[in-house]
Design a protein around this ligand. Structure first.
Ligand code: NDP
Ligand code: BG6
Length: 518
């Protein structure tokens, strides 16, 4: 294979993209968004679909029918969506007008009669836009409405695949615990075959999350050291500077463990920890990811508090602006014990990872926004330079920055130039998009496109979803006061790196968190 050199930065090199890397175009289909008057439709779904349209990745046979109860004319619906995209880079009014002609709105409820009406409207529009019978059914209501909407979809035969395919997209949160997730699963599986079900975790749509697999399995130099013999520990951090915005109602029910750990954090972990699948196919990859969940050491109810630090932001300053504490946010109860930060230690009990701690940390209103995986290698076995240097030689690390400023860094030591024998820490740095000027897809663009092409690799399978809830249950019980011990919740200043207890937790293992550095 020929290799091309990237421009800029250090000497990162990437494999030349073969034609199979070209982004596939979608199949003709209709998209029904149920709950289309909401935030997700405006902020994520329509901008993503418009981007795909602009880049000619949508089939010509395509339209969206938005359904919700809010009284709104079609014009008002289109105008409110235009509002949401028009400040985006590269907005083109002519293209938008062309796209907007494919956006329809149906003011209706979420019962079977309304869904039946939606089906009739879709049939009519399908003829006008030559989409054929394929349809995506996107659940974009609050989760409490999911089961009712699914039943209504089934009763109105929207779920039936009589002529073309029908795929249902289900947003997170998928339940709020194992029991409710199973109940939802039960409803889903009564009306849809597993092949029809697309459970979204938008982190899987991030290029840099997928790239963990490429990094590990398309290179021969990393895999031999990707195990307990060479790796001291792994850190996964998803830090956010944003608070809960206007989502107090949801967040008070969820907290950071449901919001970030049950899904995004464990999904990233599964890519770092999985065994190489024998083929790059969706079921083979998802099988390997599930094996990681199966091998995760259960969080014992008694020891959960030794492996978990919970925090909640207090007032402080983020990016130069003062920020109120979580309990002062609108819609949050004054005595709330909902954690907005968690750090945890976990182990994967298998041959590859036995004894290697994985430290996971995520929180809101932290100093900066960054998501990264740090693979910290073991120190050299013998400090042969110990007579020359006072300090110990630190370990090597690979840092995979998921976002922002996507990059992979290899940290190692080199001699300081000059006559004296001194070491310095240096970084070999690969900027993920440096030297690449092709199309980049954001997470929602990618998952919507995959749903249209029927590729399930980046969606959650039901067994993985149930296992992650089951594994997390003792931590949820503890954090909500149902455990053996009362939950400890440490306050941290907004704009800090989280509670000092999280630092102490790492220090007690003789380790330190790796924060965002360029
Ligand atoms: P919203 O809260 O904005 O709800 C969407 C629409 O659903 C509302 O406009 C409303 O429409 C309808 N709705 C509201 N309450 C109910 C109810 N009790 N029963 C039935 N319908 C109701 O949600 P979002 O658009 O923010 O999110 C949609 C889904 O996606 C949620 O499950 C959310 O958890 C998930 N999600 C959202 C993200 C985001 O960034 N917003 C990110 C990741 C996941 P009307 O009153 O007009 O019928
Ligand atoms: C969502 C959570 O799933 O992910 C939000 O509900 C969080 O609370 C968001 O802010 C983070 O996503 P991203 O892509 O900004 O890292």
């Amino acid at each position: 294979m020929a290799f091309e050199k990237t421009t800029g930065g250090a000497s990162g090199r990437i494999g030349k993209a073969p034609s199979a890397c070209d982004t596939p175009s979608s199949e003709p289909c209709a998209v029904l968004i149920v709950g289309a008057s909401g935030d997700l439709t405006k902020r994520k779904l329509i901008p993503a679909l418009f981007y795909l349209f602009r880049n000619r990745l949508l089939s010509d046979g395509f339209f969206v029918l938005g359904l919700a109860r809010s009284p709104m004319s079609e014009e008002a619906f289109r105008a409110s969506l235009e509002e949401a995209v028009k400040d985006n880079k590269g907005f083109d009014a002519r293209l938008w007008a062309e796209f907007a002609r494919r956006l329809y709105y149906l003011q209706a409820g979420y019962d079977a009669a309304s869904l039946k009406k939606a089906g009739e409207v879709m049939d009519e529009k399908a003829r006008a836009h030559a989409t054929g019978p394929n349809r995506i059914l996107y659940l974009s209501t609050p989760p409490s409405a999911y089961e009712g909407v699914i039943e209504a979809m089934a009763a109105s035969r929207l779920a039936a695949e009589e002529r073309g395919w029908a795929r249902i997209v289900i947003e997170k949160p998928y339940g709020r615990d194992l029991e409710s997730a199973k109940a939802l699963e039960n409803t889903v599986s009564r009306h849809f075959r597993e092949e029809q079900v697309f459970r979204i975790d938008h982190y899987l749509g991030k290029d840099t999350v997928q790239n963990i697999m490429m990094f590990r399995f398309a290179n021969s130099i990393f895999e031999p050291v990707w195990n307990r013999h060479f790796i001291d520990h792994v850190q996964i951090t998803a830090a956010e500077s944003l608070g809960i915005e206007k989502r107090a109602g949801y967040y008070e029910e969820a907290g950071v463990l449901r919001d970030m750990f049950q899904n995004h954090m464990l999904q990233v972990l599964s890519f770092v920890g999985m065994e190489p699948p024998s083929v790059y196919e969706s079921e083979a990859v998802r099988d390997e990811k599930v094996k990681v969940f199966r091998a995760m050491r259960p969080l014992d109810r008694g020891s959960v508090m030794d492996n978990l630090v919970l925090g909640q932001y207090a007032e402080g300053e983020v990016n130069g602006a003062s920020s109120r504490g979580y309990r002062e946010e609108e819609g949050v109860s004054k005595g709330s014990i909902v954690p907005t930060f968690a750090a945890m230690r976990l182990f994967i009990d298998n041959w590859r990872w036995q004894g290697v701690p994985f430290y996971l940390r995520s929180g809101k209103r932290l100093r900066s926004r960054f998501t990264q995986v740090t693979i910290q290698f073991k120190a050299v076995p013998h400090q042969m330079f110990s007579r020359l240097f006072e300090e110990e030689i630190g370990p090597n690390a690979v840092i995979i920055r998921i976002q922002p400023d996507e990059r992979i860094q290899l940290r190692f030591h080199a001699k300081k130039p000059g006559s004296r024998v001194c070491l310095r820490d240096v970084v070999m740095d690969f900027g993920y998009t440096e030297g690449y000027d092709g199309l980049v897809l954001e997470a929602y663009e990618r998952v919507l496109l995959d749903c249209m092409t029927g590729d399930k690799m980046l969606f959650i399978r039901s067994d993985a979803m149930e296992m992650s809830w089951k594994w997390l249950a003792p931590a949820l019980d503890y954090s909500e006061g149902r455990g053996k011990a009362a939950p400890e919740l440490s306050l941290y200043r907004a704009g800090s790196f989280g509670p000092v207890e999280a630092e102490r937790f790492m220090a007690s293992d003789g380790r330190k968190w790796v924060d965002y550095e360029r």
